[in-house]
Ligand binder design. Structure first.
Ligand code: ZN
Ligand code: ZN
Length: 276
């Protein structure tokens, strides 16, 4: 059953980071205040949990302070709750061998929303390109999606799959590889998500990396629509207040034109469908 919220002025950002992520310096309160300025009605913090991350790349402390995270969000909801709804999300790095450990993390906490994101392939962080250097371009894309499929199948706790074609951020040349080279495996991923009531996000963060597209690309979004995918969240992947709800209105118009009728927010892991 879909619960339809009739709030016509809805504006969401369901992928944001604060200084609970090691790669952000923004306090949650700074993010919330700017979100209110930007008339965002529904904001999810989705700070990073990346088990077995390729740590030497970043030299950062990836320990996640779960109890203070929950506390801060509750306090902010108390202070700003009349102006904005703030959700406890998480962006969890998915890899095939992490299914059990990731599931345990989600089960022991009361999250509203979980983005499952592939940040590492063959246990290498895509950020530092070693993975790409050891494969031909076509092979890299194929392995990327195959691992994603394995991870998605074994990790049932996700709400949406994060930035589907993220690899283009780190190696933009791979954007030249035609969809027919990897369509079959992406269809398997979509099929699995759709059958299990899961979704994908439209992540506008790629534009900041010089990409002329969201992740996923419009082409992949259309494929998702053709397969009757309905669960979609919009996220900026902002690591600071300046990019909150980046390209939100433009993306709403885009997906309407593609035929999508709803976007989702998530509350206590349940999707809420909002007419657009
Ligand atoms: Zn990510
Ligand atoms: Zn992110």
């Amino acid at each position: 059953m879909k619960r339809i919220d009739k709030n016509a002025l809805l504006k969401t950002d369901f992928h944001t980071h604060s200084n609970f992520s090691p790669d952000s310096k923004a306090s949650m309160e700074t993010m919330v205040v700017e979100a209110i300025n930007r008339k965002i009605t529904d904001l999810a913090f989705t700070d990073h949990v990346d088990l077995d991350a390729d740590l030497e790349v970043h030299g950062l402390d990836w320990d996640f302070d779960r109890s203070n995270y929950e506390k801060s969000i509750n306090e902010l909801n108390g202070t700003y709750g009349e102006k904005i709804r703030i959700y406890q999300g998480i962006e969890i790095g998915i890899q095939p061998h992490l299914a059990k450990a990731n599931t345990a993390i989600i089960q022991e906490s009361a999250f509203d929303f979980v983005i499952g994101s592939v940040h590492s392939v063959e246990r290498r962080d895509l950020y530092h390109r070693k993975f790409f250097d050891s494969h031909s371009d076509k092979e890299a894309v194929r392995i990327y999606f195959e691992e994603m499929y394995e991870s998605v199948k074994s990790f049932d706790a996700l709400s949406v799959l994060g930035h589907l074609d993220l690899y283009k951020r780190y190696k933009p040349e791979l954007g030249k590889i035609k969809l027919n080279e990897y369509q079959e495996i992406v269809e398997e991923i979509f099929k699995h998500l759709i059958q299990n009531g899961k979704g994908i996000e439209i992540n506008s963060g790629g534009h900041r990396y010089g990409l002329d597209q969201n992740n996923p690309s419009d082409q992949l979004l259309k494929l998702y629509k053709e397969m009757n995918g309905e669960v979609i969240t919009l996220g900026s992947d902002a690591h600071g207040p300046e990019f909150l709800a980046y390209k939100y209105e433009e993306n709403i118009e885009k997906i309407k034109a593609m035929g999508f009728k709803y976007i989702c927010t998530f509350n206590k892991m349940k999707p809420i469908f909002h007419k657009i």
